[in-house]
Design a protein around this ligand. Structure first.
Ligand SMILES: NC(=O)C1=CN([C@@H]2O[C@H](COP(=O)(O)OP(=O)(O)OC[C@H]3O[C@@H](n4cnc5c(N)ncnc54)[C@H](OP(=O)(O)O)[C@@H]3O)[C@@H](O)[C@H]2O)C=CC1
Ligand SMILES: Cc1cn([C@H]2C[C@H](O)[C@@H](COP(=O)(O)OP(=O)(O)O[C@H]3O[C@@H](C)C(=O)[C@@H](O)[C@H]3O)O2)c(=O)[nH]c1=O
Length: 303
């Protein structure tokens, strides 16, 4: 039985892992919330690892508010980098493997696409810079790490673009969505299942696949295209009972949608390395979108 300590209990990936966990009875997962372990108090990280004595650690916690990070850079650095270094040091002391999640926003969006793991990084904003610093902190302290760079996460849980667009579509006549940023929208239910699938292997002696991997959907699109697909599938699944079908979605430029943080124009990532090493990839985009919208339509409590 692999006992794993998962940071980020209330985030969308943390909740997605909890939702999938019944498929993995061989795993024993302890989810830690910010109340139990606040990453701005680095000692609380050491305490919980000492108390739980896990076989592995998964860190899904992060400061993810891309725009707010521009003004709250100290907290973003603490949570996205210093806390990760602390986890890495504690894990190295106990020879524990660490799975850590990073982002497509480590790239500047100007390179040759799709980005590979070996491509030059160059984050445009504080969020991406602090996430990159977290990657470096982890990989320089311990070799026993898996860093999964993912992108454009959506799920039935927490806050995400899909849920925001669903809300806007059903309350507005027209919305504007940027059509000049391209990435790979990724179901965090799929990402959660992939992580849980791999967990038993990483604690086995001789596991030799540690490193950095791109792990996202293989469906590049703009935010505008993503919102169009959300509307089309939601209209089909929810039918006449849904008020979002008639809302017009207008494609706009990033320049006209002013935001504090710059985003990469193209952050599409290649996932070949992950597939070659682990022998599977994430499911097809459309089915994953349908699964998430169906779960949302089932009206469970998706806080
Ligand atoms: N969302 C996305 O589109 C993408 C996310 N990622 C990465 O994936 C990972 C998971 O993201 P996601 O689940 O969407 O993130 P969420 O924003 O949904 O959740 C973040 C989690 O981090 C926790 N957290 C934040 N600050 C602290 C703190 N000071 N101490 C302890 N915990 C804290 C939150 O706790 P609480 O709920 O208690 O506040 C929450 O559980 C992150 O590493 C993120 O950078 C990468 C690419 C895309
Ligand atoms: C809600 C909305 C957003 N947008 C734009 C703003 C932005 O450029 C883009 C995406 O919106 P958001 O601000 O929700 O997404 P953003 O916070 O930039 O999403 C990022 O989050 C972090 C955590 C990651 O790691 C990234 O992979 C990525 O998922 O869509 C519109 O054009 N119209 C809208 O109505």
């Amino acid at each position: 039985m692999t006992e794993t300590l998962v940071f980020g209990r209330n985030g969308q990936l943390g909740q997605s892992m909890a939702a999938c966990s019944h498929h993995y009875p061989e795993l024993q997962l302890k989810f830690a919330s910010r109340n139990e372990c606040d990453f701005t108090d680095l000692d609380s990280i050491l305490r919980i690892i000492d108390n739980e004595e896990p076989d592995a650690i998964v860190n899904t916690a992060a400061y993810t508010a891309v725009d707010l990070a521009e003004t709250n850079s100290d907290i973003a650095k603490l949570v996205n980098c210093e806390a990760v270094r602390t986890i890495a040091l504690a894990a190295a002391k106990r020879s524990l493997p660490v799975v850590h999640i990073s982002t497509d926003y480590v790239f500047d969006g100007q390179g040759a696409f799709p980005y590979r793991e070996t491509d030059k990084v160059g984050p445009l904003g504080i969020y991406g810079q602090t996430k990159l610093a977290g990657e470096i902190a982890l990989s320089s302290v311990t070799d026993a790490h898996l860093i999964f760079r993912t992108a454009w996460g959506y799920s039935p849980y927490g806050d995400n673009f899909l849920k925001t667009i669903m809300r806007l579509l059903s309350t507005k006549n027209e919305i504007a969505v940027v059509d000049d940023q391209t990435g790979c929208p990724t179901s965090f239910l799929d990402l959660a299942a992939a992580i849980l699938n791999i967990l038993p292997a990483i604690t086995r002696p001789g596991f030799d696949k540690f490193g950095t991997y791109h792990l996202c959907s293989d469906a590049p699109m703009t935010w505008y295209q993503f919102s169009m697909k959300i509307q089309a599938e939601a209209s089909r699944i929810l039918g006449d009972s849904w008020s979002g079908t008639e809302c017009k979605i207008k494609p706009v430029t990033s320049e006209s949608f002013q935001q504090p943080a710059s985003r990469p124009v193209n952050s599409v990532m290649a996932t070949d390395k992950f597939k070659a090493c682990f022998g599977f990839g994430l499911p097809a985009f459309r089915q994953s979108l349908i699964t998430t919208l169906t779960k949302l339509s089932e009206g469970q409590d998706h806080a």
